[in-house]
Ligand binder design. Structure first.
Ligand code: ZN
Length: 321
């Protein structure tokens, strides 16, 4: 917000990630979003936890007597509107003290620089900071491939964690837990333990077949492992904030996991039969799940995702959970 360099940083990242947003509710044109027209919609989820929607990933906010903690921050040009929306709740005049990033993608971290400049402390898993520092490539390992430039210094998390971290604020333990190798290699799922709310980041989304960033250490196996672990341990009535889409429940998560497992099995079966990627696409092996096919990740792109995920070498994605 303050310098040309910052502006360049968010602008290029936001353009790159617009492709990711095409299928999400409220997404506008492919050639760039007019952020001046974006409005921030605030929904009360439970107790003092709110969800904010504008452009990009969903934001969760704990708003209370100690101040504000937000999970993810969309895009830099929206930071002022987000701040205003939080203030307009009329609950506290205290600032956004902490921002927790669920992963490094620009539609979730684009506001890091302006929030940092306004005094917030940004917290993220180690790999989020690493990927923001270096930039790199995001993609399915196939036809979806996007260059991600390095983020400016102001956008980098100043506190990082390997496994988990807890922020004790507003009478609640707000716990961020790393789930490796799901949507990316730096995903954190955030638990608002007293309010019974969880922010899943992009390990769980509502726009159809998910984007799995295989190029950034993501895998369908890790995404399934994360969602199964979380859905087995959370209370049945937990409110689930997805990375993109409406507030959901555990049944929605289970349906998503079932789709991931069934489609993975279909692709694995084709791999076992020595089918090529091209043959799998020609035979439309994901046709039984075509209702999940979206504008951005259609059936062919999801076949690519699963193929590269299932044939690639993956690290110990469940080692510390
Ligand atoms: Zn993402």
């Amino acid at each position: 917000m303050r310098t040309t360099r910052n502006k360049t940083g968010w602008h290029s990242r936001s353009i790159l990630f617009l492709a990711l947003l095409l299928t999400n509710a409220g997404v506008r044109a492919q050639q760039g979003t007019d952020f001046s027209k974006v409005q921030i919609k605030v929904t009360k989820v439970s107790g003092n936890i709110y969800m904010l929607e504008g452009e990009g990933g969903n934001i969760a906010a704990s708003v209370g007597e100690d101040g504000i903690v937000i999970v993810d921050d969309q895009y830099a040009p929206l930071a002022d509107k987000i701040q205003t929306a939080l203030k307009n709740l009329g609950i506290t005049d205290k600032p956004v003290r902490f921002v927790i990033n669920t992963h490094y993608h620009g539609d979730h971290t684009g506001g890091n620089a302006p929030f940092s400049s306004a005094g917030s402390t940004v917290i993220a898993q180690d790999n989020v900071r690493k990927r923001l520092v270096t930039g790199g490539v995001a993609g399915t390992g196939g036809s979806v491939k996007m260059d991600v430039p390095p983020a400016p210094k102001e956008a980098l998390p100043v506190i990082t964690f390997e496994h988990d971290v807890t922020v004790h604020l507003n009478g609640e333990d707000i716990r961020a837990l790393h789930f490796p190798a799901g949507h990316t290699d730096g995903d954190a799922i955030i638990f608002f333990t007293k309010n019974n709310v969880v922010h899943m980041g992009d390990d769980f989304v509502r726009y159809g077949f998910p984007f799995i960033d295989v190029e950034s250490g993501g895998s369908v196996q890790g995404m399934i492992a994360a969602m199964e672990k979380v859905s087995a341990e959370l209370p049945v009535d937990v409110k689930v904030i997805p990375g993109h889409g409406a507030v959901s429940n555990l049944d929605d998560v289970r349906a998503f996991v079932k789709m991931l497992k069934d489609t993975s099995a279909a692709v694995q079966n084709a791999i076992d039969k020595h089918q090529t990627l091209e043959q799998m696409k020609q035979e439309k092996i994901l046709d039984p799940w075509k209702k999940w096919s979206g504008e951005f990740i259609d059936s062919d792109k999801f076949i690519e995702t699963l193929y590269h995920s299932l044939t690639g070498t993956k690290g110990d994605f469940i080692k510390h959970n």
